[in-house]
Write a protein that binds this ligand. Structure first.
Ligand code: GLU
Length: 466
């Protein structure tokens, strides 16, 4: 079994394309097949090397590894030329000399009669014209029964061939159209199952005829349904990020995006939400892909990302978070402990980087969260509470998770208060926030000196507010 992913480098790798690539990869792995990558860059005006590079980078980042390629169609032009000559010689294709004006005239006439336009085929019967005159090469659609597309997702799809006209194989500039290059390559690369976006379904009847005309068996197909945005329209920029790189830059881990896209229109047959690539490779089948469009739920993606941030090997989270850290790190080992303590609470690497900032900030850089100030900096004897805790902490030895907790409980008791009355202001002083990992773990990592200095600073702040 041989499958392929064949992006056109006319833009970044869209999440829909990434999902198609993942489905191809998983199906190949499940069935011991090969997965081929082909870059369809024959459209010289729209294709760009930087897009091709970006697509390859995105696939590598996401962990979608191909077994063969990338093959670039722009380097395979002689093959398409050879195949079209073969079609011409066999009478399965012909040169068409109709000018743009003539075609426009034809189109106007048919449209006036209310019928959908199809090329009349009038050049079919004009032999012997000079091939040096500007022309295209068209496929001669043969008469026959309905065309049957064997589709793993939709079953057999029958298409009446009267909807097809003699489509173009080679443009006036000599470049092959998508139809020609895709079929020639699928034959040459021995592709047995073509899985691609549903938007290509209308092209497939043409391809079925071309496979046949080129003397090849026709592969099976799997037309993967579209991805919709939250507005139930085709996923687009209007409602959120659409490219793989954007999600990377938002701080999504590749394994989380991989998991999320795997479950977009497919499920392992139970209600598992977290399924690793290794697990999916054992059970995935294109035939089980849902026929209806899937909705891209960003909240769910971020939830999944949080799950992976909490459970992935620490080294992977460390590598991931590095680019998001825009402050000085004085101690790499401490960074690891801080990340370990905070990672289960973050939904993205960006979040995580933000939440570890206070551990590396200087004491006067802690910014107090407004909501937390309103909620926690109030009540009786606020200044005294902070001051007594500060005094107790100043000489405390040793400085550990247990000792800092013990000391706080003692101060609370001596003031006849619940621990929360001290913990909340303490958390605000040290992290600037209303929520954090268990505070005594935080204190152990922040250290005694910084904790005392930050309590002093909060005290000043409270006094200035009075
Ligand atoms: N190059 C086409 C695209 O990017 C895909 C072609 C195919 O998979 O057959 O839409």
């Amino acid at each position: 079994m041989r499958l392929r992913f064949a992006p056109s480098p006319t833009g970044f790798l869209h999440v829909g394309g990434a999902r198609t690539a993942i489905f191809n990869l998983l199906h190949a792995r499940r069935h011991g097949g090969r997965f081929i990558l082909r870059i369809e860059d024959t459209d010289v005006e729209r294709s760009e090397t930087r897009h091709a590079d970006q697509i390859l980078r995105s696939m590598e980042w996401l962990g979608v590894e191909w077994d063969e390629g990338p093959h670039f169609q722009s380097q395979r032009l002689p093959l398409y030329r050879e195949k079209v000559e073969q079609l011409l010689a066999a009478g399965r294709a012909y040169r068409c000399f109709c000018t743009v004006e003539e075609l426009a005239e034809e189109r106007k006439k048919t449209e006036a009669s209310g019928l959908p336009y199809r090329y009349s085929g009038k050049c079919r019967e004009i032999p012997g014209l000079d091939p040096d005159v500007r022309h295209v090469i068209r496929f001669r659609v043969p008469d026959g029964d309905a065309i049957v597309i064997r589709d793993r997702i939709r079953g057999d799809v029958r298409v009446d061939r009267s909807v097809l006209d003699d489509f173009i194989l080679v443009r006036t500039d000599g470049n092959p159209t998508y139809h020609l290059s895709v079929v020639v390559d699928d034959i040459d690369m021995g592709i047995t199952l073509v899985a691609r976006g549903e938007d290509h379904l209308s092209n497939t009847p043409k391809h079925v005829l071309l496979f046949d005309a080129l003397g090849s068996s026709v592969p099976e197909f799997a037309h993967v349904p579209l991805i919709l945005g939250p507005d139930k329209k085709r996923l687009s920029k209007r409602t959120g990020a659409t490219s793989v790189e954007e999600y990377r830059d938002l701080g999504v881990l590749p394994q989380a995006l991989f998991n999320f896209l795997t479950l977009l229109g497919w499920s392992p047959g139970d209600d598992r939400e977290i399924i690793t690539r290794e697990e999916a490779e054992k059970v995935f089948d294109l035939g089980d892909v849902n026929r209806s469009a899937a909705v891209f739920d960003t909240d769910k993606l971020m939830w999944m990302n949080g799950q992976y941030l909490g459970s992935a090997p620490l080294s992977e989270v460390m590598t991931g978070v590095r680019p998001f850290i825009r402050f000085e790190i004085d101690d790499a080992e401490r960074l690891e402990s801080v990340v370990e303590l905070n990672r289960t609470r973050a939904r993205s690497l960006a979040d995580l980087a933000e939440s570890i900032k206070p551990y590396f900030a200087s004491d006067d850089e802690i910014e107090y969260d407004e909501q937390a100030v309103k909620k926690h900096l109030r009540g009786e004897k606020l200044g005294e509470r902070i001051e007594r805790l500060r005094d107790r902490y100043q000489g405390l030895e040793p400085w550990t998770v247990e000792s800092t907790e013990q000391a706080l409980r003692e101060v609370a008791e001596s003031m006849e208060l619940g621990g929360g009355k001290l913990i909340h202001p303490l958390r605000l002083a040290v992290t600037g926030r209303g929520v954090s990992p268990p505070i005594f773990d935080v204190l152990a990592l922040v250290g005694q000196h910084a904790t005392v200095a930050r309590l002093d600073r909060l005290l000043e702040f409270v006094k200035s507010e009075e």
